[in-house]
Design a protein around this ligand. Sequence first.
Ligand code: ADP
Length: 370
Amino acid sequence: MKIGILGGGQLGRMLIQSALKYDDQFYTLDPASDAPCHNISSFTQGNFNDYETVLNFGKDKDVVTIEIEHVNADALAELENQGVKVVPNSRIIKTIQQKILQKEFYKTYNIPSPEFQVVWNGDEKIIMPLPFVQKMNTGGYDGKGVQVIRTEEDYRNLWKDPSVIESLVDIDKELSVIVARNENGETKTFPVTEMMADPKLNLLDFNICPVFLNEDVERQISLITEKFLNAVNSPGLFAIELFLDKEGKVWVNETAPRLHNSGHQSQEGNVNSQFEQMYRVVKNLPLADTDTITYSGMLNLVGAEGHAGKVIYEGMENVLKLPKTYVHLYGKKETKPGRKMGHINVLADSREELMEKLIKVKGMIRVISE
Ligand code: ADP
């Protein structure tokens, strides 16, 4: 099959890496000439937000998928009209792209997500009680486009652009669950992972699996995944980001209609990875089993503050000496503060050992410039 991917970043790169054991042709579209997929696929340099560019890219492919959701969904709808398979379909991409539609989707399908109010231009009366979180309708990514309004004073910082404001959840844990559905309607869910964020950078830091949750929380999560998979009405692989609050209630924060950073430990920690699963979804093959092999965790390799330029992974050789430690780099030549350059997966026999190893590895390696 000719498989086209909108976006040529690390998610696409690892999808292709995993799928090379099968027999397909991969094509990628990305504005950056040195995108992580540029030298491992048939690469087109171009803007995936541009209608004509996406149409031209997709029209001779058997299937078109995405590794980023900020793409031209109208062009994907037109490709569907022309008979090209689009995974996930343009309708669900459009819904998820816009925070307002995404929140309305949860409401319609009775999926618990924090209470919200829509802001169109900031002139409306704010009825949401303080404190609350404001999220831009479009373009938010990696913590950008999100702000907390805590006091009356903070009201003057309120963005006057289309956005949602939602109640601030008193978070105990941030969890993620990756679900998949193929065209035949078969579904599979990965074990839940826990995301531990770096408070400064707002970028996912550690991600660990399995997570021990009480029966009630497990039940809430399986109800959410079941409702979501029934509601999406599209083949696809989706990452549902969840909050577990301090009272034991689970809320959906947001969903990504694609491969996700919170699933990277599945590369070595589960019998099949999210990338294998995505490949099967794209090809409408029987879905892969997702069982956990052992305790696994991931840490992001993120560009250090104060370093920009040709990248050096300081301490890498020592990391490579560690048992059950797996380095994944994304093929990015230049680092800058906060840029995701790679990740390291670690396996262990217990949660304690896993945390110890992750902290140790984090202290051993630094992403700096020459
Ligand atoms: P992004 O898509 O940029 O990652 P998120 O919507 O996931 O943005 O928000 C980033 C972080 O902000 C979350 O991981 C969480 O820590 C915090 N956050 C978002 N929404 C809420 C909320 N309603 N209550 C409390 N914290 C929140």
